[in-house]
Design a protein around this ligand. Sequence first.
Ligand code: C2E
Ligand code: CA
Ligand code: CA
Length: 564
Amino acid sequence: MASSNGSSRSKGGGRILLLIENAANRERLAASLRQYTTLKPHGTSWCGLAFDVVIADLAGLRTWQQVLREAKQCEQPVFLPVMLIVAQAKQMRSLRAYWDLVDEFLVAPVDPVEFIQRTDMLLRARRQAQAQREHLAYLVHHDQVTGLPNRTLFRDRLQQANHDAVAQAQHVQVAVVHISLAPILKVLGASGMERAAVACSEHLRSVFGEEVVLARLTTEEWAVMLRGSASPDESLTLWRQLQMLSATPITIGEERVHVSPRIGIAAFPGDAAEPDALLDRALAALANAERKAVPAFYSETAQQRALRQLRTEARLHDAVHSEQFEFWLQPKLRLADRALIGAEALIRWRSPTDGWSPPGEFIPVAESCGLIPYIDRWMLQEACAFLRRWRAEARATLRIAVNVSGRHIEEAGFVDGVSETLRRNDVEPEALELELTETAMTELGEDNLAKLRDIRDRGIGIALDDFGTGYCSLSYLHKLPISTLKIDKSFIDDIDRSRVNAAITQTIVALADNFGLETVAEGVESEAQAAYLRELGVEIGQGYLFAKPMPAQDLLRWAATRTD
Ligand code: C2E
Ligand code: CA
Ligand code: CA
């Protein structure tokens, strides 16, 4: 039975449009073509039907000649065959007008076997033409040596990405990577250079994975496109990965060769509004890339930011290996009687070449390059070791608060790691508190909150740091496994002068009372603030008024010399 819409291909693998005006003939032909999908026009149009072969009678050809001509034209360069069935040989004479349209004739009565054979032949010719076109399209869009998309296809993809980026208010970044293959050409010849190009492409592909669009623009230039939100963090990952290219040698046959890429980066919409201009900007940045493997940005501010970040990252890795971190403590006092009840652990970094770096600068870098769990674990171990020493010197109980980041909590084995560190140092869980910022806490998923609940159940304290600066809703607060609210320094700063900040602090204290939480004020710098906070009912204070952060061993001395 003739089907008149775009159903799936039949087993015979062809879709045949029947332009047969005589309904009885059409039914008969359709029946003999049952291994194919047969189609007939809807009323006066066949728009929307995709087909591989046309079988027409003279009446059909007359009615449809104009559209058929256009359809053939449209399919160019692929061959769209038309087979005409004429009632008698003499009808052929009247066919001059359609000569250019018809590829095959059959004179009725049609022998069914011959009919199927001719149809098959035409379909085969059609498939060959299609395969040739695909091959041609491949050749036009791909680099012959590496099989990667070439500049033409890259520009198409870039066009599409920019289009999507505008619609979704996202960024697109393009990096052009220049790898000098000329030295390889000299030593290993043209085939060596081709193998080097393949190896470089494979290397780039393994670095970026399948999702990133990678293309070969010219013999020595590759392009990489980063789509989506492409936050500064994500693009840093890209730059870092590009740098790796020069760190690992590529293998060409027996040889291992170090390549030093130069990299130019531009971003849409910041650096260019149009795809072509974006690629040009990345190339312009490339021209300025002098230092090998340090990417050059079209925009100077992006360049400086990236350079600073990459340098800090490199220095941080060194710091981890050569133990440049120090464990410092800042006392926490009970406001009522100024008794020392605890301390916050704060990391300090002194590099032999650059001196001190503020944690406010390097902690975010450590977070973005994945070093933060290492830092957190190191601080936790130092805190436990210190608590052990503290107890050995028979002091009053002390609780140390260690800052932890969301990245660390997300790691598998976080809870066991904390427990194990306590156990190894023989420290009771109540002597430890973990501080987590309000923002980090609200970003944790349910799995990670469950881990914190586990931590809390083991007796370890959990403080919500910088409270009041995030968007923690009150209804959410009671679901969190916390024991302490740390009121952010910004509310404390002018608490004795700002009625608003005083009111906020008062509300936080009332809230903490309701939920059975302890309150800590951070950044207390004056007696006036301390007095006011005490009046508002805040239990604990921390700040320069009492003591600045100090090397851990100084805390022992500091506590000993106090006369409270
Ligand atoms: P934070 O957790 O809010 O730490 C309090 C910061 O305020 C510390 O800065 C501390 O030195 C400072 N501070 C304390 N009292 C006063 C005061 O009276 N006046 C003023 N102006 N500042 C005061 P620091 O040590 O520079 O740390 C900055 C941030 O770096 C910390 O903020 C914390 O988010 C992060 N951080 C520090 N150490 C670590 C660590 O070991 N691990 C993690 N994950 N983050 C850390
Ligand atoms: Ca803190
Ligand atoms: Ca804080």
